[in-house]
Design a binder for this molecule. Structure first.
Ligand SMILES: Nc1ncnc2c1ncn2[C@@H]1O[C@H](COP(=O)(O)OP(=O)(O)O)[C@@H](O)[C@H]1O
Ligand SMILES: [Mg+2]
Length: 229
């Protein structure tokens, strides 16, 4: 699982003079300049509506900026071919604020999905997925469908699905917003373990507790501007 060969000096995510507006409205992100290098760990904070989700969407190529340049793994979004974009997306694990689980699939099958898409065999899936399900405390819900789970449980399914494929970048949008403090800390330790193996991590959070405890650098959004603390 180690990513020992990764070049930690080159930016893995680079935004230059980026602005974002929706449908001709005002800019919600302004003059964003940001370089994240392989293996770094960042928190992203800012009041509700400050643009955290929008910024994360630029990073995982779900949006294009209205101006400026976005480069992921050194590839310029302006010149990216569709197949190249698909390859890059597969290297990014995403925990969405609203989970994005598939209602007709069990916990097991939701979490297995990225592995099936990347062609892993069933033997591998049935060895590794239950281990992670146990780790996130959902052993008794392995065959349950998401709709029967609480918000916090769905959140843990979404986290397990985002990390199962050992992504190079993990982007998590308020991944602990719906779990208690003990579980939030436990999930942060899971992210920390991934980070130690080389995964670059960006987590949007409101939790000053987590930020204080884990002491990673903080990106702060206010009035569309980004500062580093
Ligand atoms: N799809 C969208 N269409 C129009 N406006 C949007 C859309 N998504 C977000 N916004 C607006 O952009 C601003 C930033 O939103 P968002 O990125 O969701 O902030 P946060 O995640 O920090 O709460 C808000 O004013 C929000 O209303
Ligand atoms: Mg948000």
């Amino acid at each position: 699982m180690s990513k020992g060969s990764i070049d930690t000096t080159k930016p893995i995510i680079s935004l230059q003079n980026v602005g974002l507006r929706y449908n001709g409205g005002p800019e919600v992100l302004k003059d964003i300049n940001l370089e994240i290098k392989a293996g770094e760990f960042y928190f992203l904070t800012g009041a509700s509506g400050a643009g955290k989700t929008s910024l994360l969407k630029l990073m995982h190529l779900a949006h294009r900026p209205s101006r400026g340049k976005v480069k992921i793994f050194g590839h310029d979004l302006d010149y990216m071919k569709p197949d190249e974009m698909a390859t890059i997306r597969r290297k990014i694990g995403i925990v969405f604020q609203d989970y994005h689980l598939l209602d007709h699939l069990s916990v097991m099958d939701n979490i297995s999905l990225p592995l099936r898409i990347s062609g892993r065999n069933e033997k591998y899936i049935h060895k590794h997925v239950p281990e992670l399900i146990e780790w996130v405390g959902l052993k008794n819900f392995i065959n349950t469908k998401p709709k029967s789970l609480s918000g916090g449980q769905q959140q843990r399914v979404a986290i397990a699905r985002a990390v199962i494929n050992n992504p190079e970048i993990l982007i998590a949008d308020e991944p602990t917003g719906n779990v208690d403090e003990d579980m939030a800390k436990k999930l942060l330790f899971l992210f920390l373990e991934l980070n130690k193996m080389g995964t670059t991590i960006i987590i949007a959070t409101h939790s000053t507790n987590l930020i204080k405890q884990f002491r990673f650098p903080v990106l702060h959004l206010k009035d569309g501007y980004l500062t580093k603390e």
